[in-house]
Structures are given as C-alpha cells and as structure tokens.
Design a protein around this ligand. Structure first.
Ligand code: 0FX
Length: 251
C-alpha cells in the first residue's frame, strides 16, 4: 500500500470518538502503512488507553506551527475544540470531521440549532480553510430529526454517520485520491455564546407549543444542565424533557 499521506495527526477532544477512529484504522490495517499520532487540546485532559503511553499528547495548534507543518503530512480534526490558524491550514492538508451538515448551522452544536431552526443536520468531512467549519466538501451525510428526538438522540445518529462516512473515505484520503465540491452558500454559524443565550427560558415570554417543545428538546442531552428558568426567589431551575412516542399495539 503506497499511501500519499504517511505522517498523520488525529487531534480531537472526545476520547470515545478517537478510540472509534483508531479502531477503524486498525480494522483496515492502515496503521501498518502510515503513522498516526493522536493528540488533544491543551485544555482537555483525556486518556487514550489504546495508545501505549495512555496519556494523550496535548497540542496547541496556534503554537509551534512550524513543527506541526514539518512533522505531519495530514492533520485530521475529530471534534478538536481549537480553531486552526490560517498559517496551518494553508501549509499542511487539514481535514475536519464535523458533527453538522455544512453549510447549515456551522460552529457550535449544529444539531441543537437544527432542532430549533429546522435547517438540515448530519455529518460532514471537509478540507479546512481559514473559516470555521468551512472548506471543500469531501463527503457528507444528512440525518433525520424526528418529532420525538432530543439533542442526545440526534447526536448519536450524527456520530454514527460521522464514523460511517469516515470509514468510507479514509483510504481515498490517505491515497490523495478523492474529489471535493464547493458549496454555493455560506450558510450560518453559531458560536458557544449563542448556545449560552438560548439556555434561559424567559418566564414572561410567549412561545407557541411547538417553539417551547423544540427549544427544550434541543437542550435536553443526558445529564447536562442546559435549559433553565429563574424562579421568583431567584433560584436557577434546570429543565429536561422526556419525549415518548405512543407504542402502536398491532392487533
Ligand atoms: O465535540 P462536540 O460534539 O462538538 C463541538 C462543536 O459542536 C463542533 O462544531 C466542533 N467541531 C467540536 C470541536 O466541538 O461537543 P461536546 O463533546 O462538547 O458535546 C457533545 C454534545 O453534548 C453536544 O453536541 C451537545 C451536548 N452538550 C455538551 C455540553 C458540554 C450539552 O448539551 N451541554 C453541554 O454543556
């Protein structure tokens, strides 16, 4: 196997995702033909038990760019919380595995905003350019949002789609034998502060039934204390929604 990209860095801040990527590379025996280093961001302290030294190498992509450019042929961001600087993305091939369907709701928690604004959601693997979650598309897959979904059920569907499309294109990427396409629209982008803003439910605000259910299910994700209101005694009260489709009993 004569791969084009031989020295590769996979950088991300979600250990489960990195482990699944590691498993895909191993299953395809790609780590026999290329080097894969794993890293996370300086603010993240994750352990990667599948790597011999257990501890994840922390890399600040804004520092020591020259070393990264010299050392790696390809950098894959798998939910890396850092914004890659222009000097890096122009000097070395950088590819992003993104839990969103570009160009809709680029940035922070795409599916959360899609539950609210109804824009498509899914998974995208794209070449990185200087803008966030932006650049030529290698592959993407849309996932459905059902009326009974919450943030976590959609997110699980997106993670499955991400790994599926990663598995589908990784060899082509490593051989540098893939095609890309450019999206005509710029779409929209949400930042972390936009997520913070939607978390507070204003008691005096009037919502339609659909709006309040969509907002609360978009903010329901496992144990996370996302949605809240402030009561008359100034206490913060967190809210989570349970959605349960009626079971159809076949006669
Ligand atoms: O890694 P990630 O799934 O994704 C985020 C951004 O959405 C994405 O655009 C960016 N490329 C990536 C680097 O960072 O985020 P996470 O692992 O922090 O959270 C996973 C899900 O959990 C998230 O989609 C929504 C939910 N969540 C997470 C936190 C920390 C909450 O609902 N509340 C929270 O406070």
């Amino acid at each position: 196997m004569n791969l084009f990209y031989k020295n590769n860095l996979i950088i991300g801040d979600n250990s489960n995702l990195l482990k699944k990527i590691f498993d895909i590379l191993e299953k395809k025996h790609l780590n026999q033909y290329a080097e894969f280093s794993y890293a996370c961001s300086p603010q993240t302290d994750i352990e990667l038990p599948f790597i011999s030294d257990f501890k994840c190498n922390q890399i600040d992509v804004n520092k020591d760019i020259k070393t990264l450019v010299d050392k790696f042929d390809l950098i894959i961001s798998a939910h890396c919380k850092q914004i890659f600087p222009a000097e890096l993305v122009t000097e070395v091939k950088c590819i992003n595995i993104h839990p969103g369907f570009n160009p809709y709701n680029r940035g922070w928690y795409p599916h959360v905003f899609s539950i609210i604004n109804k824009f498509p959601t899914g998974a995208t693997i794209h070449e990185m350019d200087q803008k966030v979650d932006h650049g030529s598309i290698i592959i993407q897959r849309q996932v459905e949002i059902f009326s009974y979904d919450t943030s976590d059920t959609v997110y699980k569907r997106i993670l499955d789609a991400e790994l599926d499309i990663f598995s589908e294109v990784i060899e082509k990427i490593l051989y540098n034998d893939y095609h890309t396409y450019t999206l005509e629209e710029e779409g929209n982008i949400n930042k972390k502060k936009d997520f913070q803003k939607i978390r507070q439910i204003k008691l005096e605000k009037v919502y339609s039934g659909r709006e309040i259910i969509d907002l609360l299910r978009a903010l329901t994700h496992g144990d996370y204390q996302n949605a809240y209101f402030i009561d008359d005694e100034n206490n913060k009260i967190f809210i989570r929604l349970t959605l349960e489709p009626e079971e159809i009993v076949k006669e």
